[in-house]
Write a new protein. Structure first.
Length: 214
């Protein structure tokens, strides 16, 4: 217990760093995932192609390689931002590809007659998608979206290798100070457990309120 009590401020700083990464990257992933899912089902061929390329490239690129590309590559093109912002971009863009496919699978569960009925009433593609299809699709994909965001929270540990303050990175300092490495990782694991269980609880509430009973 003394490992935690004597270094609580260090653990707390890392915990807050992981929470911030998770929240900001999740928001980015949800927005980009929604946009790309819209592109994947759009009637415009160029949009569908862009969405397909986005998902294919990001889903098949190792996250560590994406971190290298963003944190070390973008500054070479004159884009200099705090490392935490770069980490959010890498995590958010990577996870957006999975959110996109989750949403697209939900869209495919909505009967085609819903869209045809909307178009017969004079609604545009955007109106049909936003007012008819996506609200129904979202109800069926709440659990997998929650699972994807839990994976994002755990993937944020990679950011520690790129000078970003987060929970896993605290072990380096504690190891240098001579603390027991086993208990160091035990309290790190507890921190991640708190974050993932909080996300799980949030999506359980959403599922009970808006989910589809199966």
């Amino acid at each position: 217990m003394y490992v935690l009590t004597e270094n609580f401020s260090l653990y707390w700083q890392g915990f807050l760093g992981t929470v911030q990464l998770t929240v900001y990257a999740s928001l980015l992933a949800l927005v980009l995932g929604f946009v790309m899912a819209s592109f994947r089902v759009a009637p415009v061929g160029s949009f569908r192609a862009f969405g397909t390329v986005w998902v294919t490239v990001l889903r098949n690129t190792p996250l560590t390689l994406l971190f290298f590309a963003v944190l070390l590559g973008l500054p070479r093109f004159g884009l200099v931002l705090p490392f935490q912002v770069f980490a959010v971009l890498a995590l958010g863009c990577y996870t957006s590809a999975f959110i996109c496919e989750v949403l697209r699978s939900g869209i495919n569960t909505v009967p085609k007659g819903q869209g045809e009925a909307s178009r017969s009433l004079g609604m545009t593609f955007t109106q049909t998608l936003g007012s008819v299809v996506l609200p129904q699709a979202f109800r069926s994909v709440i659990p997998p979206i929650g699972s994807t965001l839990i994976a994002l929270a755990k993937n944020s540990a990679i950011a520690g290798a790129f000078s970003v303050t987060e929970l896993l990175g605290t072990y380096k300092t504690l190891s240098e100070l001579g603390y027991n490495i086993i208990w160091t990782f035990v309290w790190i694991a507890v921190g991640y457990l708190i974050i993932t269980l909080s996300i799980s609880a949030l999506f359980n509430v959403l599922e009970k309120r808006w989910g589809i009973t199966r």
